[in-house]
Write a protein that binds this ligand. Structure first.
Ligand SMILES: NC(=O)c1ccc[n+]([C@@H]2O[C@H](COP(=O)([O-])OP(=O)(O)OC[C@H]3O[C@@H](n4cnc5c(N)ncnc54)[C@H](OP(=O)(O)O)[C@@H]3O)[C@@H](O)[C@H]2O)c1
Length: 316
């Protein structure tokens, strides 16, 4: 990418998209474009085609998607499947037809088979049954990864993909119904602290393991990969170490400064037992994360305090 290349970040108001924009700006890119969901609904094919024909972006980061936590995924599998498929098909095909120079698609480590060998190598995709709690989302994302590979193979399009582990950080979704593990925990511990609750309930047994990457590190990786990689195979992007949910809860509790007790709810869903990705490939290209997990939690909690208006609401 040249510093004045026209770069479209789809989903630029989301957690990952906004981090990519920050990183591009930090590196001196000057011609970054974005459209909010209400300005351009990416599920509408004609509108997306029109946007690409007229706007002619040269590079695209596809960071728009319907994303949600385990509860939302269980409740709305049809929507997760349909909306993500629609967005991907529209953006990828319009990008191809308008001769975009290079596009990056984002997968997610939760779409690997639930019994994949750990750390999960890129080659594990589609080698076994998926985690049932997010199958709709996973099938859409797998289709997107394959679509990029096939467009490259059949048409020579420079469509590459990355497969990040769980992410957290600035602009994360702190909504009560749609949040992932870190924002949900920050909200719960903060609510318990300010409302004086004795306990905080954490879903599951606390024993499952999660790998978590600070979103600014992820954005750095995305720009790095866009500049340094053109392979057909997608690349894992991970932190390189995982922690039990119990350890994560303890860290968040400390960052928030909550003094009560953590109670696990083993009857509530907790997803795959472990999903740490093997990041050897991207590491060998020269990228490594730079934000330690505790620091990342501190920065995220500070952002939460400064930016979430209903942060003190009761949330249990
Ligand atoms: N968060 C994670 O832990 C994680 C992990 C691995 C991979 N990823 C991947 O990273 C990407 C971005 O995730 P994120 O966490 O940044 O999600 P996010 O914060 O929810 O951002 C997604 C963005 O996409 C927009 N969007 C959704 N539907 C749209 C539509 N129909 N038309 C136009 N824009 C639409 C959203 O706008 P509205 O909010 O207005 O709908 C939002 O700005 C996704 O592909 C996801 O799979 C995320």
């Amino acid at each position: 990418m040249q510093k004045n290349s026209k770069i479209y970040v789809a989903g630029h108001k989301g957690m990952v998209g906004s981090a990519i924009v920050r990183e591009l700006k930090r590196q001196g890119y000057t011609n970054i474009i974005g459209k909010t969901h209400s300005e351009l609904d990416l599920t509408r094919q004609a509108d997306v085609e029109d946007f690409f024909e007229k706007g002619k972006p040269e590079y695209v980061f596809l960071a728009a998607a319907m994303v949600g936590g385990i509860g939302a995924n269980i409740k709305q599998p049809a929507e997760f499947l349909m909306k993500n498929l629609q967005m991907q098909c529209n953006v990828l095909d319009s990008a191809f037809r308008s001769n975009v120079k290079k596009l990056m698609f984002l997968g997610s480590s939760c779409i690997y088979p639930c019994k994949a060998e750990q750390p999960i190598k890129e080659s594990s995709l589609l080698t076994g049954p998926l985690e049932p709690t997010n199958e709709g989302y996973a099938i859409a994302k797998i289709a997107g990864l394959r679509q990029c590979e096939f467009y490259m193979r059949e048409y020579g399009a420079q469509f590459i993909s990355v497969m990040p582990c769980n992410l957290y950080g600035y602009n994360d979704n702190f909504s009560v119904t749609r949040s992932h593990i870190i924002p949900a925990m920050i909200r719960k511990f903060h609510s318990a602290k300010v409302n004086g609750f004795d306990t905080v309930e954490v879903w599951g047994t606390g024993n499952v393991l999660r790998e978590l990457l600070f979103v600014d590190d992820m954005a750095q990786a995305c720009v790095f990969v866009m500049d340094n990689y053109s392979g057909e195979e997608f690349l894992n992007i991970g932190y390189g170490e995982d922690f039990t949910v119990a350890q994560i809860a303890e860290m968040i509790k400390n960052v928030v400064g909550y003094k009560g007790n953590i109670v696990f709810a083993p009857d509530k869903p907790e997803g795959m037992y472990r999903k740490i990705v093997d990041s050897a490939k991207i590491n060998s290209l020269g990228w490594k994360p730079s934000t330690k997990i505790e620091k990342g939690f501190e920065l995220t909690y500070k952002w939460f305090l400064e930016n979430i208006p209903d942060k003190d609401d009761v949330y249990r």
